[in-house]
Ligand binder design. Structure first.
Ligand SMILES: *Cc1c(COP(=O)(O)O)cnc(C)c1O
Length: 465
């Protein structure tokens, strides 16, 4: 299978696109032609165990570049680290609330699903191709930890993670700092997540720096993350008991960088009978405003109880725009250049109609988020994390407006124990999973660094050497 950049200047194979991450022309990779599954194939997926399904789906995208037995070994190893035999089980919390739980991986967030696999895939490629794999990532809290746990101790790979100092939860920080493997480094940056992401992007788009440092990406700009995240949509379709028939299923997805929901969108394009997709944002509502008005424009950054969604510019959004513009790289490039220049992007009325067919979107403020955690706990004895609460609240809003008629799954993207501030606010106590008990006694000291690209480059030079 061939992959191409959304900007149209780059075509390559699966493994090349995996290693390149962000395409050299500044765009994002997508398959040249997306596979589409018929009903029989979708039904056959529905009967599979998670690992088998993951293997079958990945095989389509890998398309022979990794021998089947190696791919199966990678997939099996990746999901064996999950603390639930179903990997991503569905909980039927009440007759009208079902939760697709994605937090059974080592760092208790949905990003483990993709990053456990990506770590193993990098290790495999490092050995096969004898290339240096130096991963540089920005995190709003969960990606960094998940990426670190995906690659810690693996041969031929090093990772450096940038996080916004003071803007992630203590548990998230401890999860990262607890890892003392030599191939892992974390850097606290004075700024917010977008600042961290910008520094990473600057190094990736500086071809000289990137080649010199052999930089690789794990941010959701890497298309392999999008592929792996599709697995649980296909899996949920077969394994949530509301969907015995091939009728539609809807999903409400807590959204930040547009990676998770884009996986759902792509699964739908590939034939999965998804009815409605709800984008749930917090007060950083750029995507909700876009779906309402067709104008994509960052506003003031807000810090909320759901920090993994405190994002102004969603890095995967370009992938969606590419399809919205009929896979026309030229128009897309003009649009993105305009956005880079003016900080604003607008689609026309026809495109907006399409957007509103593709997505429902609601922004959920902090107060509603906390109320949702409270009422779901009171009524159903189920504790939502603040990100998941945004998904549930957005679903409730959509239901009030009669926008969703098919069975719906709300995605639980993190375990509530990771967000003690919100839990304290609602007077709830999350039950601590064994996986993080050791973090309590960790002592650590952090020196944040300024947003200085040259200093960062120096640090990376000596770390990756
Ligand atoms: C990363 C993250 C999100 C947002 O996912 P995107 O793919 O960036 O939209 C939501 N919730 C949690 C807990 C996360 O870690």
């Amino acid at each position: 299978m061939q992959y191409r950049s959304t900007r149209g200047q780059r075509t390559c194979s699966f493994l090349e696109s995996f290693l390149e991450g962000l395409a050299k022309d500044g765009g994002l990779f997508l398959p040249v032609s997306l596979p589409v599954f018929d009903e029989t194939r979708i039904r056959s997926f529905a009967k599979m165990e998670f690992t088998e399904l993951a293997f079958e789906l990945l095989k389509v995208f890998v398309d022979g570049e990794i021998p089947d037995e190696d791919l199966l070994a990678i997939v099996t190893r990746s999901f064996a680290t999950f603390q639930h035999e179903e990997v991503t089980p569905t909980q039927h919390v009440s007759h009208d609330l079902s939760i697709l739980e994605l937090f059974y991986g080592p760092t208790l967030a949905f990003k483990d699903v993709a990053l456990q696999l990506i770590g193993n895939l990098y290790e495999y490629v490092a050995q096969k191709q004898q290339v240096a794999i130096n991963i540089l990532a920005a995190t709003s809290g969960d990606t960094g930890a998940a990426a670190i746990y995906g690659v810690r101790g693996k041969k031929g790979i090093s990772i450096c993670v940038l996080y916004p100092y003071g803007k992630i939860s203590p548990i998230q920080e401890r999860q990262m700092l607890a890892v003392t493997d030599e191939n892992v480094k974390t850097l606290a940056i004075e700024g917010n997540f977008d600042d961290c992401q910008r520094m990473v992007k600057q190094l990736f788009t500086d071809e000289k720096a990137r080649d010199q440092l052999s930089l690789r990406a794990v941010n959701s700009i890497n298309f392999v993350r999008i592929i792996v995240q599709m697995v649980y949509y296909f899996y949920a379709y077969g394994h949530s008991k509301q969907s015995d028939t091939l009728s539609g299923l809807s999903f409400s997805v807590p959204t930040g960088n547009f990676g998770n929901i884009f996986s759902a969108y792509l699964a739908k394009r590939m034939g999965l009978p998804i009815d409605r997709l709800i984008i749930a944002t917090n007060a950083n509502d750029i995507l909700a405003r876009f779906v309402a008005t067709g104008i994509y424009q960052p506003h003031n950054f807000k810090t909320t109880y759901s920090p993994a969604m405190d994002i102004q510019v969603a890095s995967n959004f370009e992938r969606y725009l590419f399809y919205l513009y009929g896979e026309d790289s030229q128009r897309l490039t003009t649009l993105m250049d305009d956005f880079a220049r003016t900080g604003k992007l607008a689609v026309d009325a026809d495109a907006l109609r399409q957007v509103q067919q593709d997505f429902i979107a609601y922004s959920v403020d902090d107060a509603t988020c906390l109320q949702t955690i409270q009422h779901v706990q009171k009524e159903h004895d189920y504790l939502l994390d603040p990100h998941t609460a945004c998904a549930v609240a957005a679903f409730e809003k959509a239901r009030q407006h009669d926008q969703v008629v098919t069975p719906i799954l709300c995605l639980a993207t993190a375990h509530p124990i990771k967000f003690p501030d919100a839990m304290q606010k609602v007077g709830a106590q999350a039950k601590e999973p064994d996986a993080i008990a050791h973090l309590h006694n960790l002592s650590y000291h952090v020196e944040p660094m300024a947003q200085d690209l040259a200093v960062l480059q120096d640090k990376l030079q000596s770390f990756f050497a």
